[in-house]
Design a protein around this ligand. Structure first.
Ligand code: IPD
Length: 334
């Protein structure tokens, strides 16, 4: 039994979710092919703005969400559904996920990438029960990268390779992290140019993480590299893979992260809040709240001669918190 759900029931949902992800990813790729061949119908070519000029939706987002929603409603009529496009049409910005079995879906994460045919776009499907993302499916059809996980069964890349990819042994976090780490982050959609607003604070944090050790009044992190894929859920998938060491982001929503959190947690990663607590050096490191819109993820880590994997992850969390600014993405009910 898993959270009042039998193993058989969860297995059945997982099999269904894997198949659903494949079908939805195929729809995304067929739509991308139409864009490539130039035979894309006008309404699909012309994306529509939501909250601002970088918050976009295409007909593909809508079609794929409608498809996923109807498949779930047919198979599991009692389950709840929270999808990006249906949610965005409502006026409330409340966190709607409760303890009941719920599907949390982004039919097309990385919509801007999709519009520009940058391959980092995907479908992201999570099944959540008792507030815990138990199943995660992420399929990026352009690169044919398929990530999946089910609580207690493991996390997988293209269904056969266990995550993280390097696992014999799983490397510990670098001794002087964030130095030696790949740092992944997102510019996001809040582009308001207000003094000390989210955009300014993000950029200051990025520069701190990148700058030479000793720079930025001791905050320089000298990370190996900074990456920004334009899809929060894919960022998390690559953290689960072990390709990214750290992901730090504020502003995205539960459908942008739920499947990624499921996969990363099952692979052995850690996800907590992006915002440094006042006593960042000693504050307890708590599991992230799914609806908090503030996320800091650390890859799965192995033991070293001096610390456990978890200790290495927590040390890295504190080193990131020391270098980043608090972000403001409050919302009702979360
Ligand atoms: C966006 C992506 C992006 C993140 C934004 C999200 P969408 O999702 O995940 O990485 O920075 O906050 O809204 O709109 O492409 O589904």
């Amino acid at each position: 039994m898993m959270n009042n759900m039998s193993t058989e029931e969860l297995d059945d949902i997982y099999t269904f979710a894997v198949d659903l992800g494949k079908q939805a990813g195929k729809m995304l790729m067929e739509a991308a092919q139409l864009r490539i061949s130039g035979s894309c119908p006008a309404p699909e070519r012309d994306h529509v703005q939501k909250e601002n000029a970088v918050d976009l939706v295409t007909e593909t987002d809508e079609n794929v969400e409608a498809f996923i929603r109807s498949q779930i409603a047919n198979k599991y009529p009692s389950h709840k559904f929270v999808g990006e496009e249906s949610y965005s049409k409502g006026s409330s910005r409340e966190y709607l996920i409760d303890a009941s079995p719920t599907w949390c879906v982004d039919p097309l994460d990385g919509t801007v990438s999709y519009i520009h045919l940058f391959p980092m776009f995907c479908v992201s499907i999570a099944f959540i029960h008792n507030h815990k993302p138990l199943i995660g499916i992420i399929y990026a059809p352009f690169s044919n990268h398929f990530f999946s996980s089910c609580a207690g069964r493991g996390a997988f890349f293209n269904e056969t390779q266990r995550l993280p990819l390097v696992r014999n042994p799983i490397p510990p976090m670098p001794e002087n992290a964030p130095s030696g780490c790949i740092f992944s982050c997102e510019w996001g959609k809040d582009r308001r140019d207000t003094p000390d607003g989210n955009l300014t604070r993000k950029i200051e944090s990025f520069v701190n993480m990148a700058a030479e050790v000793g720079g930025r009044s001791g905050r320089g992190g000298m990370v190996h590299g900074v990456r920004s894929l334009g899809s929060a859920t894919l960022d998390l998938a690559y953290v689960a893979m072990g390709a990214f060491d750290i992901w730090w982001e504020g502003g995205c929503w539960e459908w942008d992260v739920a499947a990624g959190i499921a996969i990363l947690s099952e692979a052995g990663g850690l996800v907590t809040t992006a915002n440094p607590p006042e006593d960042y050096a000693h504050a307890p490191i708590e599991d992230v709240r799914l609806g908090s819109r503030l996320y800091l993820a650390i890859r799965p880590a192995g033991t070293s001669p001096t610390e456990t994997g978890r200790e290495g992850q927590e040390r890295t969390v504190r080193e990131v918190w020391r270098r980043v600014r608090n972000l403001d993405y409050s919302r009702p009910g979360a």
